[in-house]
Design a protein around this ligand. Structure first.
Ligand SMILES: [Zn+2]
Length: 234
């Protein structure tokens, strides 16, 4: 993203953030904090990805500041994005986007599988908090996808509620091709795209998405480098 749009807005809420340079690099110690709900999807995405670049470069602004005092100082929450990711312990979302308290809403389920609680939570964040950006973040070597591949290959569906996760991920694995040697990485990407599509068609999200007020995007986290890459809609 070569140019970050002017972030000034007829603020619905009090501005408290210094902006970002045209390179997308943070300009101040509080960058990433206080970006307001009600902004554009593009600006929100630029902010989120700038945070990931800080994380990747080993220069997080907020990474060190996880004290109770920092939490208390966040005041009212004014998140600018909601990220839906996997439960994988190697992918802590606030950390990999270098976000401070109050900046992003985070939802995590195995394989970022949707259910009504997840959709309702996103509807709330978008509809009530005015958040303009929803990111679905998959990651390499996702255990939930691997478990689904195994279940489909062996024909042994797991018991309990784990079966729900497998059932929800299975279409992506089938689309990728269960016999394809690269079924795991392919299915991970397809599952992200399917999740994005489902959210774009959600009852309460479809309107804002069509109007351009909200964007739902897919991303992939690289466990080796820490980088988040955007996935095209596919
Ligand atoms: Zn995972």
């Amino acid at each position: 993203m070569a140019k970050i749009p002017d972030l000034a807005r007829a603020g619905r809420r009090r501005a408290k953030l210094n902006g970002m340079g045209s390179s997308g690099a943070p300009m101040g110690a509080t960058s990433g904090q206080g970006r307001q709900a009600g902004g554009t999807p593009r600006a929100a995405l630029a902010d989120l990805l700038a945070g990931n670049r800080r994380f990747v470069s080993g220069q997080p602004v907020h990474g060190h500041d996880v004290t109770a005092a920092a939490a208390a100082a966040s005041g009212d929450q004014q998140p600018y994005a909601v990220v839906l990711g996997c439960i994988d312990s190697r992918v802590p979302l606030e950390a990999i986007f270098d976000q401070t308290f109050g900046a992003i809403c985070v939802i995590r389920t195995g394989g970022h599988v949707l259910d009504r609680a997840v959709c309702g939570s996103i509807e709330y964040v978008v509809g009530q908090l005015g958040v303009p950006l929803v990111m679905v973040l998959g990651h390499e070597r996702c255990g939930a996808v691997e478990a689904t591949v195994e279940a489909l290959r062996t024909g042994q569906r797991p018991g309990g509620s784990l079966a729900y996760l497998v059932d929800e991920i299975a279409p992506a694995v089938t689309e990728a091709g269960i016999d394809d040697p690269a079924v795991r990485p392919l299915a991970i990407r397809r599952h992200v795209r399917r999740t994005v599509r489902t959210l774009r068609e959600d009852d309460l999200l479809a309107g804002p998405v069509a109007a351009g007020r909200v964007a739902v995007v897919g991303g992939l986290y690289d466990l080796a480098t820490g980088e988040v890459a955007l996935l095209d809609p596919g």
